[in-house]
Write a protein that binds this ligand. Structure first.
Ligand code: NAI
Ligand code: OAA
Length: 312
């Protein structure tokens, strides 16, 4: 079982480290365009393995895609992150070109692989990868909802003084300010959240969640990587173990939720084939409007990209 991670920066190297610690796969290939970076990061991770009793082999490669041959999963974390004052949308042109190039190269050597996309703006980059790979959309999965949901659970846990482990939540929509956390579908160990706080109080938590990525960018000067890589590993583990768990992921919609030709966050069942089912919830009018607004925002970015580059 081999997993390749493209991009050995903060998110990529952290994914490799966490994945190696889980002792889930035989081999992790960490690939970057920058000379020596992935070799150095993989050596550091490898030297940790005897202490944590993991048998995973971690190798670092510069540009040589042959080493990624027949990967079960390819995780795309390459490209530029935002800096303070930037939005995720500011990354679109630079990262679209990078994602297109690396998807083309990876699919050549791993034609059966599933892809987990991390690079931002997430929903648009997932769309770019899907359009480039030309494979079934069940194999191209964008990671965002798990992270957004984890942030929401964290902020909620602080407000309620309850363990985040016991908080269940669900989000829809794009990865950004237009995300749609669902108050109606949030609970604490099965108890509806309305028993703990009002919708207005919950809205304050939602605002914090929407700004969760930006808060870290402002503190660190670059974007988060610990919680994002843990979110990626959750998807990898679910696919490799064929666990059929439900997570919010950015997936290609073909009419579900009244939307098509777009990547957007919705709850999905994940298993060995990737996205095995898109779960369609009955939304109320307010939720429908918020989802539509989020979809319009992502569509607008996709259309901008299509104008700039007619090959999409
Ligand atoms: N979906 C999400 O929730 C999250 C998305 N992100 C996104 O993930 C991306 C990566 O973030 P970081 O790891 O913090 O950035 P980073 O700058 O630490 O690492 C990016 C790496 O990509 C490499 N790279 C650039 N072009 C490449 C190419 N053509 N082939 C192979 N490698 C290439 C760079 O050399 C660099 O090492 C950013 O776009 C960021 O916005 C970050 C956190 C969460
Ligand atoms: O904020 C960013 O640019 C990175 C990201 O998507 C996140 O941490 O949610």
């Amino acid at each position: 079982m081999k997993v390749t991670i493209i991009g050995a920066g903060n998110v990529g190297a952290s994914c490799a480290s966490l994945l190696a610690q889980r002792n889930l796969v035989r081999k992790i290939v960490l690939l970057d365009i920058r000379e020596k970076l992935s070799e150095g990061k993989s050596l550091d991770i490898s030297q940790m393995l005897s202490m944590i009793e993991s048998n995973t082999e971690v190798i670092g490669i510069t540009k040589d895609y042959f080493q990624s041959k027949n990967s079960e999963i390819i995780i795309i974390t390459c490209g530029i992150p935002r800096k303070p004052g930037m939005s995720r949308e500011d990354l679109v042109k630079t990262n679209a070109e990078i994602i297109r190039t690396v998807t083309k190269k990876s699919i050549l050597f791993s034609p059966k692989s599933k892809f987990i996309i991390v690079s931002n703006p997430l929903d648009v980059m997932s769309y770019v990868s899907y359009m480039t790979a030309k494979v079934d959309s069940s194999r191209i999965i964008g990671m965002a909802g798990i992270l957004d949901s984890a942030r929401y659970r964290f902020f909620l846990s602080k407000k309620l003084n309850i363990s985040p482990i016991d908080i269940q939540s669900l989000l829809l929509g794009g990865h950004g300010d237009t995300m749609v956390p669902l108050y109606r579908y949030t609970s604490v160990s099965g108890i509806p959240i309305k028993e703990f706080l009002s919708e207005e109080e919950n809205d304050e938590i939602i605002e914090k969640t929407k700004k969760g990525g930006e808060q870290i960018v402002n503190l660190l000067g670059t974007s988060a990587w610990m919680a994002p890589s843990a979110s990626v590993v959750k998807i990898v583990e679910t696919i490799l173990k064929d666990s059929k768990r439900i997570f919010p992921c950015s997936v290609f919609l073909k009419g579900q939720y009244g939307l098509k030709d777009i990547y957007l966050g919705v709850p999905v069942v994940l298993g060995k084939s990737g996205v095995e089912k898109i779960v369609e919830l009955k939304l109320n009018q307010k939720e429908k409007n918020l989802l539509k607004k989020s979809a319009n925002h992502v569509k607008m970015m996709i259309n901008k990209l299509k104008k700039f580059d007619t090959s999409y």
